[in-house]
Write a protein that binds this ligand. Structure first.
Ligand code: VGL
Ligand code: ZN
Length: 256
């Protein structure tokens, strides 16, 4: 492989092809990413069954545990929505920051789940949620029946007061990153299996980022529950459009 004669590629090209493409295809590194399966979203202050889709977050526990018991992932990641008490997304904190004059919804009549525009440069669009997943609180703990495997990696997001973070990769302004990106790179991850809560919020944003980075991204539909049916439908459509894959949990074992 030292010469280029007769159409043979040289050693450098061979090494690149081998490491970057061939090994990646024949030896995938499969990651299972379980997003925000925390008390507050299941039975606490942001219980998603009170949102418009009226879905039950508890229903993800059994299929996720079954995958953890039966599928041989290379690594399992759990993310936590992990907010300080003065977080910008809490409707209780609306008076802490000036709402911009351009905001279609004014501070005086802002309701839960509305989107307001806060002053700032650039201005900050923020949906208002009830106070949830406060750092170290009960509501921020993983739901008790969710299996946590040995050697799991935990990722914390939404930890900065003035910016929300739906994606487990980046905050909503793409200014700061969690440790997820570097940890996946260190593992040479190729395939990311994603599930959890909420389907149309943090799961959707994370899958979009995983696809934009270029991971083979597999969304496990029956292991997700969400907030709004229209938004869930839009999430699925955009995953397919961006060449992600949507599967049911009973299809995963044969893929890994
Ligand atoms: C989430 C709303 C607010 C989520 C987090 O994990 O999907 N939703 N914060
Ligand atoms: Zn949150």
């Amino acid at each position: 492989f030292d010469t280029k004669k007769d159409g043979l590629i040289d050693r450098q090209e061979f090494t690149t092809c081998w490491n970057k493409w061939i090994k990646t295809i024949i030896r995938p590194v499969n990651i299972f990413l379980i997003i925000d399966v925390q008390n507050d979203f299941i039975s606490g202050s942001l219980n998603i069954s009170n949102c418009s889709a009226q879905q039950n977050g508890l229903e993800v526990i059994e299929p996720i545990n079954h995958l953890l018991d039966t599928v041989n992932f290379d690594s399992v990641f759990y993310s936590y929505d992990w907010h300080p008490t003065d977080h910008i997304s809490f409707i209780e904190n609306l008076s802490l920051r000036p709402v911009d004059p351009s905001s279609p919804i004014k501070a005086d009549n802002a309701q839960l789940y509305d989107t307001v525009v806060f002053e700032g440069s650039p201005k900050i669009k923020q949906r208002l949620w009830p106070k949830h997943c406060v750092q170290d609180s009960w509501g921020a703990q993983l739901y008790k029946d969710l299996k946590v495997v040995d050697n799991a990696v935990k990722i914390y997001k939404g930890t900065i007061s003035d910016v929300d973070s739906y994606s487990v990769f980046w905050d909503n302004k793409k200014l700061t990153q969690t440790t997820l990106g570097t940890q996946l790179s260190q593992l040479n991850a190729t395939d990311i299996y994603v599930c959890g809560l909420a389907y149309d919020v943090c799961v959707g944003a994370t899958v979009a980022d995983a696809l934009s980075i270029g991971y083979r991204t597999i969304l496990i539909d029956d292991c997700c529950r969400g907030v709004n049916l229209n938004d869930i439908e839009n999430t699925k459509n955009s995953v397919v459009k961006n060449h992600g894959v949507i599967v049911q949990s009973n299809e995963v074992k044969a893929m890994v």
